[in-house]
Ligand binder design. Structure first.
Ligand code: IPE
Ligand code: IPE
Ligand code: MG
Length: 246
């Protein structure tokens, strides 16, 4: 079993992203409604944020609601939005206490008005914080993000603000929702599914992937420690040879 003491400040991931999956199955196995799983998933979010603050992680990005999740039953969507608003109201104080800067990616204008306004308020009230940046991906889809970026760049080309030959990776990056975030170092997905589900496709180009079978409501600090230690023990070569790195 790995321990917190093994987390190495020089080797730990700077940016952790998590696909929080398995709430529905967790509830179903207990003979409960799917939304019971979401309610319990909120507790895991709170614990995970606190653990990442404690470990000195700079960026934590959580996949909270995808563009595809709009296709779920209305009752489930309504519950998720209600949970989002009530958690934001509750957590604002904790964010400030922990020096957490709150951020979002995705088409948040598509959310119900009260959720949208609550998000703006929490972002505004935590914007001076200098500790960890917590980003919730809401109504987020990586393809939607890229599509938006292409449209914005196309308009700038049309208006002679950018010339086509100058389009480079930095320009593309600057037009993504994540323009203020570094690339993902460690991507974790819970619940045993081995897929990306339209999350951060550009930003995970060189992320280390970590899949774990536990459902999100059962994900504990110990699991996070195991993931970080596993990450620390990998060699990230970025296309080079092992010898070049040493
Ligand atoms: C993740 O759990 C939460 C959201 C996608 C909002 P799920 O609701 O996807 O749970 P499963 O995958 O159906 O078990
Ligand atoms: C991905 O989980 C989205 C979030 C965790 C918010 P899903 O449960 O929606 O993904 P798929 O549909 O099983 O791939
Ligand atoms: Mg799922």
């Amino acid at each position: 079993m790995n321990t917190i003491e093994e987390i190495d400040d020089r080797k730990k991931p700077r940016h952790i992203a998590i696909i929080m999956d398995g709430n529905g199955r967790w509830a179903k196995e207990k003979g409960r409604l799917r939304v019971f799983g979401h309610e319990n998933g909120v507790t895991t979010v709170r614990r995970t944020v606190e653990s990442c603050v404690k470990f000195g992680i700079d960026y934590l990005t959580l996949y909270t609601f995808s563009t595809e999740n709009w296709n779920r039953p209305k009752y489930e969507i309504d519950t998720l939005m209600r949970l989002l608003v009530s958690s934001l109201k509750k957590e604002l104080k904790t964010f400030n206490k922990n020096n957490v800067r709150f951020n979002t990616i995705g088409d948040i204008k598509a959310l119900p008005k009260n959720a949208y306004e609550e998000l703006l308020e929490v972002m505004e009230k935590t914007k001076e914080n200098t500790g960890m940046t917590l980003t919730l991906a809401l109504s987020y889809g990586a393809r939607d993000e890229m599509l938006n970026a292409v449209k914005q760049i196309a308009v700038k080309v049309k208006n002679n603000i950018i010339s086509p030959e100058n389009i480079d990776e930095t320009i593309i990056n600057n037009h993504l929702y994540t323009h203020n975030l570094p690339d993902v170092d460690l991507l974790i997905r819970t619940s045993g599914e081995h897929r990306i589900s339209n999350f951060l496709l550009w930003q995970i180009a060189y992320a280390e992937l970590y899949f774990i079978d536990v459902y999100w409501p059962d994900f504990k600090e110990q699991h996070l420690i195991e993931a970080i230690i596993d990450y620390q023990n990998r060699e990230r070569r970025f296309g080079k040879t092992s010898e070049q790195l040493n």
